[in-house]
Design a protein around this ligand. Sequence first.
Ligand code: NAI
Length: 395
Amino acid sequence: MANNQQLTTNNIIGIIGSGAMGAGIAQVAATAGHNVIVYDNNQTALDKAKANLDSTLKKLVEKQKLTDEKAKSILANTQFANDLNQFKNCGLIIEAIVENIDVKQKLFSDLEVIVSADCILATNTSSLSIASIASACKKAERVIGIHFFNPAPLMPLVEIIPGILTDNTVTENSKKIIDSWGKVTVLTKDTPGFIVNRVARSFYGESIRIYEEGMADFATIDWALKTYGGFKMGPFELMDFIGNDINYKVTESVWTQFFFEPRFKPSLTQKRLYEAKLFGRKSGRGYYNYAESVAMPQPKQDEELGKYIFNRVITMLINEAIDSLYLQLATKEDLDLAMTKGVNYPKGLLKWADEIGLKNVYTSLDVLYELYNEDRYRPSILLKMMVRDEKKFYT
Ligand code: NAI
């Protein structure tokens, strides 16, 4: 059978694209002891990645997070190539180039004629389907999604996404090798946003909705979710940190790919920020103004309002996690791990649902559904059934 080899540190890892993600993934693989080859079709980007790796490792040595010897071995393990033919002996190649289906398909079909029969071809895409990328290959069964989070050396979560034609051994081998790099892997289906970028949508979307309805301002909503939910950052702080260009695009892509599902509907509020180039921290202004001369707005610390805001957002997040379980996107354990390790939520959403009480979650949703008469607030069938049967997710 094809692709039944076990991947070990003897395998050479190929990384294509030396931008934010590719450079980070290369560092992770080289730190795990692999020989790594990094390629980019832009020599400047490749030179920059090389210089960045050098300075990152120096900083880690200064901070005593890495020995000098280890830093030297990581550098010695990492080769920067300007020719795809150098990838012919790789056991696994992870693509992290521009998010464009035509460019990715062309790369995958070019790669297939260079690499060995056993080489696994992985994509780090955030929004394209694995099936569509794999369709460019004659051996679609060797293609898989391996989705890291930014920055790859620091974020523990990696989503493993087999496509419709991916061979089981390719999935197992991919999971094993990424686990051996010290990452937390979750297995998920080839559906828009995979786990994290789908389930997290309500954190942003419902918060914006609350703002648009005039119930509270950004600072108050952020305060409510940090105070009553224990989130490290509020939704508006987080969107400004991620960048409203990226966050808006992800929302629009998930919504469109789910055939305009109302739960994922983007907001005009964020679209206008995006159009006005108010991207957040990186542009100096987003929901907040980061100019030194401007004071940060203060929240209205109203307990009743704060609890209402938290309850409405957590209810929507939990409903999405439950519906994802119902549609077998992942196991309940992986769904919970994804949100705690991929976006630092204080608890897994299904565990949180048990704590709040499924009946309470259902009642909150039902009140919203009755009030708005919008499909956005319809409770998941699994939630309904579990309330009926008085079940919990964990015992
Ligand atoms: P980036 O723009 O920082 O880097 C992309 C690199 O790919 C550039 O250096 C570019 O020169 C190179 N490139 C473009 N076309 C190429 C080609 N045909 N052959 C070789 N190199 C080529 O992008 P970033 O942020 O690193 O994203 C890369 C991939 O990772 C995308 O698919 C993105 O959706 C995904 N991703 C991004 C995350 C993020 O937070 N930035 C998180 C998780 C996934």
